[in-house]
Ligand binder design. Sequence first.
Ligand code: NAD
Ligand code: UDP
Length: 321
Amino acid sequence: MTGGVATRRRAVVTGGSGFLGSHVCEALVTAGHPVTCVDNHVTGSRTNVAHLLDAAGFELLEHDVSTGLDVSGDVGLVLHLASPASPPDYLRLPVQTMLVGSEGTRHALELARSKGARFLMASTSEVYGDPEQHPQPETYWGNVNPVGPRAVYDEAKRFSEALCTAYRAEHTVDTTIARIFNTYGPRMRIDDGRVVPTFIQQALSGEPLTVAGDGSQTRSLCHVEDTTRGLLALLGSSHQGPVNIGNPHELSVRDIAAAVLQVTGSSSTLVHVDLPQDDPKLRCPDITLARRLLGWEPRIPLREGLASTVAWFADRRRTSA
Ligand code: NAD
Ligand code: UDP
């Protein structure tokens, strides 16, 4: 890991068995940190961290952080990543999503407060909702429908950001907020419903790719290794954020479909399906701040990142066949 945390303190990673959390745990272990991964496996999986179970200082606690968070001994870093993150997951688990973004965040912040630890909140570009400013800088306040279906995720993350700000003000907790944009890569659940795993699965199976609406809506895809490096750079800095961590290479959903077809060599067709309610029309990070504060920017081009992700999914399909 580069650009990360200098001193080797125990890190508690909530949601550490998830897609992104498992890469964060791995990077922290590689950098020599003892890591406690806390996860209830509601959307993540123990297999994501199976390769770390024998690593020195790594431990996995199966636990719901919405009910409390108690870790004995010294803790220098708390990273709160626990939350369903795929739209189908949080639509299926609306109350759990709100609880982990409220009670879960409070318990994680209390742990950081009691241990004097630095705290990183994994927030999201969804705090910008369906944005009226494009690209989105951190100064934009967002456009979220508070009673729409996505609100369970968006408002929970907005609450988490506000709670971090309150703990910083009232309890001087050393908090920072990362606003993470769409991240993809190995260890996504093939059936988690997000666009990249869905299109890859469909392309590899020769099924039509399900393009929502006319596919003109945009996203900006960041490879998980780049996102992880950005999160650890922010964690290792003294900045309070929020800081956008994402790739400014903006693509329409149709572009994403075309890229997946090209990388897989699939002859799948496209089929248009209903656009979900409140689906953001545009999304692209302004990463001026991350470049200036952290010297961070993504390095992995889309085709290269997609190729390694497709290879990973193809391998999983072979071994589970
Ligand atoms: P994921 O679903 O793979 O991982 C989330 C993990 O949190 C899972 O392992 C799940 O079991 C765990 N979890 C959920 N509720 C929990 C609870 N109450 N107690 C303990 N563990 C719990 O999703 P991901 O894509 O890896 O996202 C990780 C974090 O990053 C989330 O907070 C998400 O909001 C944030 N984020 C991700 C993206 C992205 O594109 N991947 C973008 C923006 C923000
Ligand atoms: N999407 C799609 N087909 C799918 C899954 C998603 O066209 O099978 C679209 C979705 O409607 C959205 C974009 O792809 O416009 C990104 O969706 P995803 O769920 O990956 O992330 P989010 O909406 O949270 O950015």
